[in-house]
Write a new protein. Structure first.
Length: 180
């Protein structure tokens, strides 16, 4: 059977070509600081994104240490497939945000940022100056560029430091995503 993802529903196509919709259950989890729960799955997702997009280039040891020092907000399917995660410090700084490419565009990234915003007074992050997809995503949510930092990443590329602004309507949208 071929699979086509749409929203939180998966359509399975039989060899005869008949479509059968199957609901995919996705649950939200909060992994406390110091836990290694889902660390291997988060690493594998990060590595998939690195291979496909050339992003999230951290080394395993750095990633694992940072992951364990954060609270991780995650979405996981019933069969424990990691859909996406946001690893954030207590002050709302997002160290890692990743959504499985098969689930991108379905609101999981927004919900993850919303989960971070729901536990911190402010939300901030860094993004590569060349990462137009991330910059567009963050701008869409109301993030503002605070400053540019040259040679921020190990490979010499610069970064923007972004902070969630008080754009009108964001709090209402955030509340909507947190209820999902």
């Amino acid at each position: 059977m071929a699979r086509v993802r749409r929203d939180a529903t998966e359509e399975l196509y039989s060899p005869a070509g008949y479509a059968v919709a199957v609901s995919v259950t996705v649950e939200k989890r909060e992994i406390p600081r110091g836990s290694r729960d889902l660390l291997d799955a988060a690493w594998e997702l990060k590595e998939r994104i690195r291979r496909e997009y050339g992003l999230l280039r951290q080394r395993r040891r750095f990633f694992a240490n940072a992951y364990e020092r954060t609270t991780v907000h995650a979405y996981v399917t019933a069969d424990d497939h990691l859909v996406g995660f946001a690893a954030a410090r207590h002050d709302g700084y997002i160290l890692f945000l990743a959504v499985d490419p098969d689930y991108q565009g379905e609101g999981f990234g927004e919900r993850l940022v919303g989960a971070v915003a729901g536990t911190a007074d402010s939300v901030s992050c860094h993004a590569r100056v060349s990462n137009e997809r991330a910059l567009g995503f963050y701008r869409h949510l109301g993030f503002e560029i605070v400053r540019e930092i040259d040679n921020y990443y190990e490979d010499g590329e610069g970064a923007y430091y972004l902070r969630l602004g008080e754009r009108e309507g964001f709090r209402e949208r955030l509340s909507e995503y947190l209820r999902r």
